[in-house]
Design a protein around this ligand. Sequence first.
Ligand SMILES: [Zn+2]
Length: 486
Amino acid sequence: MFHKILKVIVPLSLLLLQACSDNSDISSTEQENTNAGTTESSKTYFTDEGYEIGQCQPVFYGLKIFVPEENAFYICANNNRWIKVRVNDDYEEPASSSSTWVEEFPVDSVHIIIDTLPYSSSSAVCDLYWNSDYDDYIYAYPNDKANNDSASHRLADGGVFLNILQGGSYSVRFQKGSDTIAPELSLYHYSTYTTTIQAQDSIDYWYFPINAENLKSSDFYKTRLHNKDCSFYKEPTKGFLFEGSGKYSSHFNINLIVIGKYMGTSDKASETTLAETIKARMNEALNNGGVFVDKITVLHAHEHELHGQMFPEDSAYVLPYGRVFANYSLLEKWNGHENALNLMLGYYIDRPNILGFAPRFGGHLDASIPNYSYVVLGTHNRVTGKPTAQSSNDIAETAVHEAGHFLGLRHTSSSKNDMEGDLDKSNVEDGLEDTPYCAKVNTSENIDNCPDRRNIIFPYSSDKTERTYSGEQVEQIRKNLTLMVH
Ligand SMILES: [Zn+2]
């Protein structure tokens, strides 16, 4: 018999509410302005290592100069500004050259850090503008390929909150219309002005590199898209895409944190066996796609240095559903096991048929800022009456699904629950080319024939015979992982 078991996440809005209200150092945020240090347009430019690359003038727009000694390209952008694009040591210069450099050197093809150099065009500092026509906030998360039509629409005057982690290299882009004058993108941290970025031109879209290496905090940054005189950009903005990649490893560790008494599995697996099953299943799902779990460590909540006494080892721990009001965050930091993906394991989740939950976006691995960043799993499931033990394989399957969410994956098709939690009603699926979409998931129709029902990130547990994330899912995980401190 087909059992439809929900695996849901805490509504996105709940997470965001917390993420936004939890910042305690708003007032101490320093202003940054990467426009500082402008130079005369006629001045020739010398690179970091002292190579003279001359002036960036209209006649040189699109010119690329490769400086092997610095593992970097210098590109003359259409605002008289040299952009430095650093590439990996093993990067080989392409044989052909093209003026559409963004396509030739896509930010995700190699690990690239974009440094902005002083440039000549001056830019006004525009006031942060709150459009009272909008009473809701639109958020964007790196490497999310869903439609995000609302983000496209709001980029200018409504503003979109971009989730930016310190140290990463990001970009925002959208399709060009008939406009020929490059807009500017200003980012604000709460009421503090942060930076203005000039649009880079390519054939099809306006492109804004965002260098977060020197940002003071990982947080949400609000956009304002405008012209040089600060008037709002009026052209239609379509095809919004927010991407990012960082410098951190694509290998990571997992902590399996057993809370309370370990209640066992239906196949009598020990904690260690369950942990190894989860690790093996994760690595199988990642399918040699460039992301690897190196180590899994079993930790016991009652042995936690600071909060152990709150979680006695001799009583089963029923897991509260939801993160904000639970005690899980007390168990996020473990000396010697920092910056790993924390899986909180208890008896059962106190909501029928919920096998696990995790933040879909906005998670991180940084133990220094505990902030509801973990996956919660039960060894048992309870509908009514006595809880039922699950097998170690089923628990591992749920761990793989929830870890996928934690690392940024949407459900292949959005469930009713997802749609209620997402303010952007265009996000009916994950936007990935290699995962099919099933409209029935959002209705009460039978989902047995959904083409994506075999994918690990299908919202319901059904015949998930695909053992691996899809290629694009792994790539999305990889990019997000490189943004997370670990
Ligand atoms: Zn899910």
